[in-house]
Design a protein around this ligand. Sequence first.
Ligand code: 3H9
Length: 691
Amino acid sequence: MTTINPATTLDVEGEIAVLTLDNPPVNALSHILREGVAAGLEAAAADPAVKAIVLICAGRTFIAGADIKEFGKPIAAPTLQDLQDRIEALDKPVIAALHGTALGGGLELALACHYRIASPSAKVGLPEIKLGIIPGAGGTQRLPRLVGLPRALDMILTGTPVGAASAVTLGIVDELAAGDLRAEALRFANAIVTEGRPLRRIRDEAQRLDGENVDAALEGARERHGRKMRGYESFERAMDAVANAARLPFDEGLAREREIFVELLGGTQSKAQRYVFGATRAVAKIADIPADTPTRKIGRVGIIGAGTMGGGIAMKFLSAGIPVTIIEQAQEALDRGTGTIAKNYAASVRRGRIRAEDAEKANALLTPSLEFDDLADCDLIIEAAFEEMAVKKEIFARLDAIARDGAILASNTSYLDIDEIASVTKRPADVLGMHFFSPANIMKLLEVVRGRETAKDVIATAMKIGRDIGKTAVLVGVCHGFVGNRMLSARQREANKLILEGAMPWDVDRVLTDFGLPMGPFQMADLAGLDLGWNRETSKGETIRERLCEADRRGQKTSAGFYDYDENRKGSPSAMVEEIILIKSREEGFERRAIGDDEILERLVYPMINEGAKILDEGIAQRASDIDVVWINGYGWPVYRGGPMFTADTIGPDVILDKMREFEARFGEDFAPAPMLERIAREGGSFTGAA
Ligand code: 3H9
C-alpha cells in the first residue's frame, strides 16, 4: 500500500489499482483530496501492471460534494474539473465504487468515471440547489445524457437523492454490489478488463437527448416544482443549464454551467442558503452541555391532551417507534383525538407517504387512557393542555405526585413561564418546555425551553429525542413567547396598527408573501381561528378581531375571517371587513393614509429584528443563527433570505437602526432600538458574522 497523502492511499491488487480516499467526516472534496486523486491517478496510469482503477472512499460515505468551507475562497489546483479531464483522458477504465451518499461534486466525479458500482444502501444526488447554486462540475450536462431531461430536471431542481436500486434502473449506476463493496468493485473492474469493455465517456453519449422536447420538459418541471421554489434564483438558472445539455455541444454547455455556478455562488441567496446549512447544524451545539453528555432513556412517552397539538405530537413519537400513552379527561375527547390520529395515518397511506404496515405499527403503539395514573410508567411526559397558568400548575402538581423518579416533565406551552410551572413540583431539574409548532406532525421546529433549574442531561435528552423524531430542536430560554412567538408578537402588533392607520389586511399579507413568507399575519390568523381565547359572553368588541368574531367571521373554519373564503379555501378581500376596519379606524381617531409597501415591510420586519437583538442580549437564544433556524423551520421564513437576523445583516444594522429611530419619532416607543442593535450598528458589526 502506498500512502499518497494523509487523505489518500493507493493499493495494487493484481491488475487493479485501488485509490482509497479518506477525508472525514464526509469525504468532502477538499484540496488535499483533489491532490491525492490527481497523484493517485498519475501513479496508476504510469504503472504498466495496472489495467483498471477503482476509486473508493473510507468512512461513512463516498464523497458528499465539494467542500462547502472552501466556497468563496480562491480554488487551488487541481480543480474538480481537472480531475474529471484526467479521468476522461485516461486509457484505462476508472470505476467509482459508491456507498453512503455520493452527492454534488462527488457524484459529478463519479459521472466522469467510466463505470459505477454502488452498495445497495447508497444514495446519489445533486443537492446543489439547496445551497442556492447549481452543479458546477458537469452535473447538469452529464446527468441528462444518462437519464433524459425530465428526470434530470427533477433531480437537479429538488436536490433529492435517489437510492442505488433506482440509480441502476435510471442508468446512473451500472451495478449493485452484492456484498463487500471493495471486493465487488475489484470483481467488476476485473470483468471490465477481461471482457475488454469500452471506456465509456458520458460526455460523448448524446443519443439519449436526441429528439427530446426541451420546452415541454421545462414546462413540466416548472409545473412540478415551480411553486415550491418560488423566489429561488437558482431555480430558473438550473432549468437553463439542464436545457443546455440538449441544446449545446458538451463543452459549451459545460462552460455555461460554470458561468451560472460562479454567478450564483457569489450572490446573496446562495450565501444565505449556505449559512442556513451551517446554522441548522450549529443548533445542536450547546455551550455548557458537551455533545457527550449522557442522556436519559426514553422508552415510553406520555401526552396530556389529545387535541390537535397533543395528537400531532403523539404521531411524531409513534412514527419513530416510541410507544405513547395519551390521556384526556372525557371519553369523547379521547375518541376524537385517537380517531384523528388514525385518520391522519390512513391519509398518509393513501397519499403513498408511508406504508400501510408502518401505519398499523404506529397505531398499535398508542395507548389511549382517561386515567392520569397511567402516566406513571412514562419516561417523558408532555403536557399539551389548555394554555393557562392555573391549568398547567394543577397538572404539574399532579404529575409530580405520580411520575416515576427521573421522568422528564415537559410543557408544550407557547408563552408561559416554565420556571413558574416547575415551581409547583419538587423536581424542577426535571422540568422544561418542549414547544411544538402546529401542525406538530408536519412542522419541523421544536423549541426546547431551558428553565432556571433544568438539569443538563434533561436538556440533552430533549434535544436528542427531538432530533430522533425528525425535528429541528433549538434551545431557548424562558421569556414570554420564547424566541418565535415573542418576535411574532412584535410583528402582529405592527400589523394591527397598520390596518388602523390605512393599510388593509390583504395589503399587509401581500407584502409578506412577496417577501417570501408562505402567508401573512391575517391569513395566519384566519387559519388558526380568530376565536382562540375569545368568548361571546365577555366579548367587548374592542378590537377588530373581536368584532369579526361577533359577526361570526371566525376564520377559515367559518369560511369568513379577515377574508371571505370559497369552497376551496381560497381567500378574497371582504367588503364587510373593510367596513369594520374603517369604522374602527375612525373611532380611534386615525386619519387614514396610503401606506407604501416599503413602509409595511419595514414596520413588520424591523421590530422583529429589534426583538431578536433583545433576545440575544438576554441570552434567550444562544446565537443569532439559532433565531434564524427558529424562523425558517417554525414560520417559513424564506431560506434564501437566511432568517431575520441574517436578513438584518444583509440590509445593514445601521440602516435598520436609522429607520427604527425615524419610526420611534413618528410612532412612539414600540420602535425604541434595542441596545444590541445600537451597539452593532455603531461598531459596524453584524449579528451573524456571515452575511
Ligand atoms: C458541490 O458539490 C458543488 C459542485 O457541484 C461543484 C464544485 C466545483 N463540505 O450533515 P451532517 C460537514 S456543493 C464541508 O451533520 P449527516 C457538516 O458541516 C456540495 N463540510 O451529517 C458537519 O460538520 P460539523 C454538494 C461538510 O450524516 C459534518 O460534515 N453536497 C459537507 O447527517 C457532518 O454533516 C452537499 O450539499 C461538505 N460538502 O449527513 C451535501 N457536508 O460536524 C451536504 C457535510 O462540524 N451534506 N459537511 O457540524 C449533506 O447533505 C450531509 O452532510 C450528508 C451527511 C448527507 C452528507
